[in-house]
Design a protein around this ligand. Sequence first.
Ligand code: PEP
Ligand code: MN
Length: 265
Amino acid sequence: YRHGEPSEVIVQTPNGAVPFGEHHPLVFVAGPCSVENEAMIVETAVRVKAAGAQFLRGGAYKPRTSPYAFQGHGESALELLAAARDASGLGIITEVMDTADIEKIAEVADVLQVGARNMQNFSLLKKIGAQEKPVLLKRGMSATIEEWLMAAEYIMAAGNPNVILCERGVRTFDRQYARNTLDLSAIPVLRELTHLPIMIDPSHGTGRYQYVPAMAKAAIAAGADSLMIEVHPNPAKALSDGPQSLTPERFDRLMQELSVIGKAV
Ligand code: PEP
Ligand code: MN
């Protein structure tokens, strides 16, 4: 089937409305995997803003594989995100893991993220669809395109049309050199199948900071509407996902390289 007009998801941020969509400029989302403390989140926000990002990402509630790994600071990290929002003017994107947290997260976040591990958490999708903040729906690590689009339908059927899809790498047979396989072919496939805006996350998609610039460029060339990139002021000391995080300097350099590629809108 062919859809009609591409939808635009317009997100209100302190710096004004930012539209995501096929006919809008690229939108850049950057920040650490986890919100660790006030100094690091504010510093990261100010630096990625200066480099050209419109949104700060950062997890307060983290879906970690091991229960003994850092789980995120939870509610207190939401306050730190609010401080970073005030300091930078950036919009905030952060993950919701539990339906019980939606309301308090929505007080701080401009976009609510549903993570890969919750893509088919249908009760979460229904509740997040019944509130007004735009939603970023990451692709499950083994989800088909059809399952992903149906997960988006759950949100929209519950009343919220403002859904952004984010490809973050899928599992394939070889995880020795890259954490996941970034499915860039999803971009033209989604363009044909859905009107929704398309974001690419080359950080989780590769798991290594060295590979992020090449895949960011490839994503733009393939037609992505937005990029999500993990940035940490000191990746070696990061509490989560340090190996795939760019330093603010590397992010700034990448943004300069990307500015010459651009996007046909
Ligand atoms: C994240 O973006 O912080 C994250 C946990 O990603 P994913 O759900 O794609 O693994
Ligand atoms: Mn991460």
